[in-house]
Structures are given as structure tokens and as C-alpha cells.
Design a protein around this ligand. Structure first.
Ligand code: ATP
Ligand code: MG
Length: 495
């Protein structure tokens, strides 16, 4: 029996409970939970033969592949802590995360390493590829049968959108409570299949892996996001839930045209960044079951999600905090009234205990009574539904007025020629700061600055209308595909 504060090794227990249910579908391969467990055990024995031991911290630099899922489970069977690395990072960034996390070994694959020569050079003695691992001999090893809730399962670095990425400590308990909270909101249907085309090294993807073994449902895993392929699956009803970010939905909608999804497809979970209201409206008009969610690496994925019954009436909201979590809005150190903007604070068993080796950030971002200050601005309506406005660092203060770039961006994005836009504040002698719009137009189309300016003047107060329009071929983004406003700001001379 489990000690209090312990849970069974989730894959092992799942393989025992429902061994023949499908666990994972990738390309033409399918594994049941029993097969997944057996493969993970084999990998664990190969890792053990290689010298990897319980308690070791292991860096993983892998794309979405069947064996990535197997490996991640095998590290849990061995009792290792996994440092998940974003494959789109540059060598310097990877080296920082590997050294900062004090990883002892790095597991990657040959095709990824080709692009990371420097990393290979520095880590040559501490590097194993999956190709090598498959060929290794095995040494039997007792697997971890119980996870302690407080034990560290993963370290995942934040995206580094607002500054340098921070290593977030994620325990087994954090992942467990996150999956439980999601389940109590979305429910579980017998035919559920979760489509994962988001990276397993992000919390959005990793949390699907955890839910799959806890709920006993298969993951349909994709290496790349291909809208044609994903639409085909959703039209045929071979997946019932998908996790997406805004850019993916735009591509799916464009490719979908007049067709519609299968009635079994019940949830498109959208989050990870700004979700424009017009996009949500289009989804609703097309009968797509879209659910906005709010979360971050620090909350082990969702902390608030709109519930199915409110998805029509509260469009634009990220819902209420999930069953085990709490959210409050703080304005000038006090609880904000409903509809008043303030910083979003979060609390719950899914929230990290802190950042790895970042006492400064821990002191700054956590209150004494355990709330995490998210740095995001939002409000709650009178019924307690959360709306995300913007990041605190993106706020523009112009002549004493607060300007939220997201509000302006939403207006600009309604113009069909605009592909992407970012509004940032740049310093101004008279107003302190003024909004400036950086925009990218869709291929083969043209739009006059004046047209965009008129659009803003029609819908926004004068002080919110961008003072300059700067057309770009693309906007600078980080490895998580988030726009780096600080770089746009830096590269602009005062108006
Ligand atoms: P860093 O913390 O290093 O600056 P990051 O915050 O982008 O990077 P993540 O943990 O990947 O790192 O992203 C979480 C953030 O994404 C949230 O704090 C929030 O700003 C944004 N986000 C998530 N969901 C939503 C949403 N529904 N609407 C708007 N923003 C969202
Ligand atoms: Mg963050």
C-alpha cells in the first residue's frame, strides 16, 4: 500500500490495470500500456548498464518521437530527474541550461546533434544518443514503484520571454495534481484520445504524457505540426482532445475551409500565449469546441480553464481556477474588485515550490503564504471568471494612462492583410512612453499604414493609437515561438 504522500509509479500501475489499452500512436506504430512499460523498463536497464543511477539528473534533448515517450518513462522508472531541453535553443542556451541544472548526462539523437556541434564538443564524454542506447546491453535494476509527491520529477526552463529562462522545479505531486485538476474540469470519455503536436519538452506536451498514463487514454503523437494532417485526424474523429497555441489554430482554420470536425472531437484546448477574441469567435461560429486555458511552466500546465458549459457565454475568458487551485487579482497590494485589472497570483498543489538555484527570483515571485506572482495582468468578472490582459512588463504607461498592447493588437489583427503584430512602448519626451506597432503582412498582400491607423482610430481612444508603424518581414521570437518584445523595444530609437 502507498504511504501517505506517495502515489504508484503511474506507468507501472497503468500497465497493471489496463495493459491492453492503446497508450501511444505515432506514425504507423502503436503501443499498448503493457508494451510501453516493457519498452521503458528495457531502456531503464540499458541506462543502468550505461551507469545512470537513481537520483541522477539527466538532460534530454529530443523531438516528439515514440522513443522520447519511452525514454521519459524509463527515467522515472529509474528515479532520475529529467531536465527537458527545447530543441530550438542555440548551443549557448543549451549549454547554460545543462550546466545550470547540473545535469550529469545528456540524451539526444544523431539528427538533432548535427545542428549542435559545439554542444557535442563540450558534452562529448557525457552524451548518449538514442541510437547508441538502443544497442547497449542491459543490466537489471529495481524500478521505482512509488513516487513521492515531493520528489523532483522534471526541471523545465521557462520560455525566457521576459528575461533569462529560469529552471522550474516540477515534482511528481505538481504533475499529478495538474492532471487531476484538468480531469475534474474536462471529464473523461471512454473514447478519449489526446492529440499531441506540441513539444514534449514543454509543459503543454509533457502534461499530456502524464494524463495519458493516469487516465488510461492514448496519445496520438506528432513530430511536427502539419495542419493538413491534423485536420484529417480531427475530421475523422480519431482524436477527441487537442492542445494548441494560437498560431496553430490560425493554420488549422485556414486549411479547414468549409469542412467541419467530427462530433467526437470535443475539446480544443488553447493557451500558452495570447488568444485573440476574433479567433475564438470564428471557432465558435464553425462549431469548434474551443476552451481557453491559462497556465505556465510554473503551474505544471493549466491552472484555469473555461469549462464546457461556459464556453459559449464566457468566450474570451480563461475560466475559473481548476478544482485544487486558487487565483486572485492583486492591485496595489490589495485584492482587486471584480472587473478591476491587477496582477494574477496563483496557488495550488500544481504550482512549483520554486526556481532552481534562483533565490532572488524565489524571494521576488513568491509571497510568504505561498502565492506565486505570475507577472501577468488580468481581471475577474463578477462571477469569478478570469480574463488575461497582458504581461506586466508589456504594459505601456503614456501620459499617466495604462495602455495594454493586447487590446491594440486585437484591433490591428482584425485587418485581413495583417499576419502578426506586436505593439510596444518606446520612450517619448512628452508622454513618457508611446505605443509603436511592428507588423508583418501576409504574403502577396499590401496594406497602407493609413488604413491601419484609421482602423485603430475607429476602435480605440486616441492615446492608444500607435504613433509609429514599422513593417517587418518577421518578428523576433524565442525558441517557444513567443514574440520577444524586449528586442523590438531595444532596436527602436526614441520617436
Ligand atoms: P518567461 O517566464 O521566461 O518570461 P514565459 O512566461 O513565456 O517565459 P511559459 O511558462 O512558457 O514561459 O509561458 C507562460 C506564460 O504564457 C504565462 O505567464 C502568460 O504570460 C502566457 N499565457 C499562458 N496562457 C495564456 C492565455 N490564455 N492568455 C494569455 N497569455 C497566456
Ligand atoms: Mg513566465
Amino acid at each position: 500500500m502507498n504511504e501517505p504522500n506517495q502515489i504508484p509509479n503511474w506507468l507501472m500501475k497503468r500497465a497493471y490495470l489496463t495493459p491492453d489499452r492503446p497508450a501511444i500512436i505515432f506514425r504507423n506504430e502503436r503501443l499498448t500500456f503493457r508494451q510501453l512499460f516493457e519498452r521503458a523498463k528495457t531502456f531503464a536497464e540499458k541506462l543502468h548498464y550505461t551507469g545512470v543511477q537513481k537520483g541522477d539528473r539527466v538532460g534530454v534533448l529530443l523531438n516528439n518521437q515514440l522513443d522520447t515517450v519511452v525514454l521519459l518513462h524509463s527515467l522515472q522508472l529509474l528515479g532520475c530527474q529529467t531536465v527537458l531541453l527545447n530543441i530550438r535553443l542555440q548551443d549557448e542556451e543549451l549549454l547554460f541550461q545543462l550546466e545550470d541544472s547540473e545535469a550529469m548526462i545528456l540524451i539526444s539523437n544523431e539528427s538533432l546533434l548535427i545542428e549542435h556541434r559545439k554542444l557535442q564538443d563540450v558534452w562529448i564524454d557525457r552524451l548518449i544518443t538514442l541510437e547508441q542506447l538502443r544497442k547497449r546491453a542491459q543490466r537489471s535494476v529495481p524500478v521505482v514503484e512509488q513516487f513521492s509527491m515531493d520528489e523532483l520529477c522534471t526541471i523545465m526552463y521557462t520560455s525566457g520571454t521576459t528575461g533569462h529562462p529560469k529552471g522550474v522545479l516540477q515534482t511528481y505531486g505538481n504533475h499529478w495534481w495538474s492532471a487531476a485538476g484538468s480531469l475534474l474540469n474536462l471529464g473523461l470519455h471512454e473514447q478519449d484520445v489526446w492529440l499531441c503536436a506540441v513539444p514534449l519538452f514543454h509543459i503543454s506536451g509533457f502534461s499530456i504524457l502524464v494524463r495519458s498514463v493516469l487516465y488510461g487514454i492514448p496519445i496520438r503523437l506528432y513530430e511536427k505540426f502539419d495542419e493538413k494532417q491534423i485536420n484529417r485526424v480531427l475530421i475523422s474523429g480519431k482524436a477527441t482532445i487537442i492542445s494548441v497555441v494560437t498560431a496553430m489554430v490560425q493554420r488549422l482554420l485556414h486549411e479547414l475551409g468549409d469542412r467541419s470536425y467530427h462530433p467526437n472531437f470535443r475539446c480544443m484546448l488553447i493557451g500558452g500565449g495570447k488568444v485573440p477574441l476574433p479567433l475564438l469567435k470564428t471557432c465558435k461560429e464553425k462549431g469548434i469546441p474551443v476552451f481557453q486555458t491559462y497556465g505556465m511552466t510554473e503551474t505544471a500546465s493549466q491552472i484555469a480553464t473555461l469549462s464546457p458549459e461556459h464556453s459559449l457565454t464566457k468566450l474570451g475568458s480563461a475560466g475559473k481556477p481548476l478544482f485544487f487551485s486558487e487565483i486572485k487579482i492583486i492591485k496595489e497590494r490589495k485584492w482587486a474588485n471584480s472587473n478591476e485589472f491587477g496582477e494574477i497570483y496563483v496557488k495550488g498543489p500544481n504550482v512549483t515550490k520554486g526556481y532552481w538555484k534562483r533565490e532572488d527570483a524565489n524571494r521576488e515571485n513568491f509571497t510568504e503564504d505561498g502565492w506565486l506572482k505570475t507577472g501577468d495582468i488580468g481581471y475577474m468578472d463578477e462571477e469569478g471568471f478570469l480574463y488575461i490582459i497582458d504581461r506586466r512588463t508589456d504594459l505601456i504607461i503614456s501620459g499617466g494612462e495604462n495602455i495594454y498592447p493586447a487590446e491594440i493588437e486585437q484591433v490591428i489583427l482584425t485587418h485581413p492583410a495583417v499576419k502578426e503584430v506586436a505593439v510596444v512602448g518606446i520612450s517619448d519626451k512628452q508622454w513618457g512612453e508611446v505605443p509603436v506597432a511592428f507588423y508583418v503582412v501576409k504574403e502577396g498582400v499590401h496594406v497602407e499604414e493609413k488604413t491601419l491607423d484609421d482602423l485603430c482610430r475607429t476602435h480605440l481612444a486616441k492615446y492608444k493609437v500607435p504613433k509609429r508603424w514599422i513593417r517587418k518581414d518577421e518578428l523576433p521570437k524565442n525558441a517557444s515561438n513567443k514574440i520577444l518584445r524586449r528586442l523590438l523595444k531595444k532596436g527602436t530609437d526614441p520617436a
